[in-house]
Write a protein that binds this ligand. Sequence first.
Ligand code: PEP
Length: 250
Amino acid sequence: MPKKIVAGNWKMNNDLSQTETLLKDLKKQVIPEDVTVMIAPSFTNLFKAFESTREHPIQVIAQNMHQSQKGAFTGEVSAGMLKSVGVQTVILGHSERRAYFNETDDLLAEKINTALENNMQAIFCIGEELRDRESGDHYEVIQNQLKNGLFHVSNDSWSRIMIAYEPVWAIGTGETASPQQVQEMHHYIRETIAKQYDRNIAKNVSILYGGSVKPGNAKEIFAKKDVDGGLIGGAALNAEDFMAIINAFG
Ligand code: PEP
């Protein structure tokens, strides 16, 4: 069974005191037992967030990491550094990393390897641009992202991989993919994994949807058969909205 997961990607938002305030508000809430809740603060606030949630089921994860173990890579953060502050899971291949920091499928394949070598879990993000959907190429784009970034991993590694389907045209735009579009693509992703690996792996992998999920649309999206959760941007910055999205799973 895939795990039900709701992960909040805080992006480059929240300084230390805002991080503490948001965490304080979140910790007051009761998290449903069958939902794994994750938050991804900025690097500078990971340690504080980890300390603050030590006694709480919220998992603190990272938004990115470098593919090398260490070395002369000014400004970068390694898997070892993340693990040393308690982080076990990293988001890789977010469309903002792909678009603004030139992260290619080949580079992301390396990052996936580094995460796995360090016994970390990864949320691997994939998603087509508007022009791909308009030209009808969206399935091919998703297939290539999977093939080139992820399909080199061993069968055993899949227990540490989650996928986030995030159509680029729906991220931060207020425009959500329809529940039917989400279901169709999640189903396609699962079938593609089943063909490349096996049905059991495909059945067990958590496939999250991301792209303008809000309290008002979460229930309908989460109700779809192949949707195992959400990667939430803007709405994760508000404790009430984030909790409403988490509870939409209940
Ligand atoms: C995201 O950045 O992963 C995301 C889904 O953002 P938003 O929810 O704001 O569209």
